[in-house]
Design a protein around this ligand. Sequence first.
Ligand code: ADP
Ligand code: MG
Length: 478
Amino acid sequence: MAQALEEDATNTMTARQAEWIGVLGQLRAEIGEDAFRNWVQPVNLEHVDSGQAVIAAPTRFLRDWVATHYADRLLALWRAENEQVKRLLVVVGIRSRPVNGNHFAGPDDAEALPASPASAGSVLPLEIGDDRAQLLALDHRSVFENFVVGKPNELAHAAARRVAEACACPGTPVPFNPLFLYGGVGLGKTHLMHAVAWHVRKHACGRKIIYLSAEKFMYQFIRALRFKSTMDFKEQFRSVDLLMIDDVQFIIGKESTQEEFFHTFNALVDENRQIVISADKSPSDLEGMEERMRSRLGWGLVADLHPTTYELRLGILQSKAEQGGLRIPPKVMEFLAHKIASNVRDLEGALNRIAAHVQLVGRDITLESVQEVLHDLLRSHERRVTIDEIQKKVAEHFNIKLGEMTSDRRARAVARPRQVAMYLAKQLTTRSLPQIGRKFGGRDHTTVMHAVRKIEELTRTDPSLAEDVELLRRMLQG
Ligand code: ADP
Ligand code: MG
């Protein structure tokens, strides 16, 4: 009987596959060979389940492209063949391959883009009790091997690794509970959590892991309340070896969810099960979170991911370009690492755009072509910072009087900050060297040039100054 069912499922899938191929053929005729080869061919049919077809693109960029340009048409063509296909979801490179007889990695709603706005609100249910759901949406690229470690993230990385290793060895005491990772958007919190899950999955596949966003936790909880299945809900969460809740700031102000989370949390900690939490702020800064919750969140290890430094960004760019088989001249890399100083996601976005451009146009990557391809992105990263602002922030940071920015005093304690300010003025504004000189008490342009060179040199040899400069840059641009 079970076998018959399975065969049935296989036959159905073959039928869907055949429809999909037909749909692709029609689309190819409509959009032409080139566009088809560039955009649609790399996409695979993953599965079709209760009216929803899931197709996977190998990169985020392609996923976004297909979702915005072709998904509606693909769905329309498919519905013309088989009107039971009601929704089309485009996800990033997820393979539903059986692992130890289980399927895992369903599509992630956060990652997946529905085909049409009409279905944008549909949330894929996380079936509590369904083993597939345990490792919902782990991005296969988010492993430790692909995580570039630098000063800003080394603590968080080391802590995540320690947790993963302990968790992969049943019987090992949990090293710190919870591990609380926090930091701004796009700095690698989710990556590290996925990496922990992959590591444990690989080395101790029997361990029960739940990874989900706080938002999904809430959604599941509300669903459980509605369907009066809160007991199942509790059971499910309280029987895990490793619970990871991403973006916990989301449940601030959601009182009953917070309460439930608190109980789950305590029950697991009492049983010595590992918990990993991420948020955009430290526990003590999670305003609006209940006090007892905040204090409990800080009990284990709190590790923050600092804003990226230039070196880390360069390292990440190199690693990602290598992975993507992209050859980018060092000058261009340096340019990107300088200009896109926000977060890693934006860096990736820039690389994806460059990759797509190379694929389409086939020209070499140069500084000019990159500036052209990324002009909107680069522009959005340019903030109109003024020299006055720079002087004020730098003076505050180094605790000197604003007047020292224009004074003649040459003592190191004021000269160095002044040079930092000149350097930042050169970096962050479009002012010329003479213009900058004038703003610094009528100094000569060669003085400004000297300051710029000096700080460039020092940031390479003096990490603490490099950090100051980076911090100031972020404050000014943020
Ligand atoms: P967060 O959850 O903190 O907002 P993510 O973990 O989603 O950030 O990271 C954003 C993107 O940047 C992801 O694609 C991730 O793989 C990548 N990324 C972040 N930090 C690193 C790093 N140190 N090395 C490699 N990739 C990184
Ligand atoms: Mg995240």
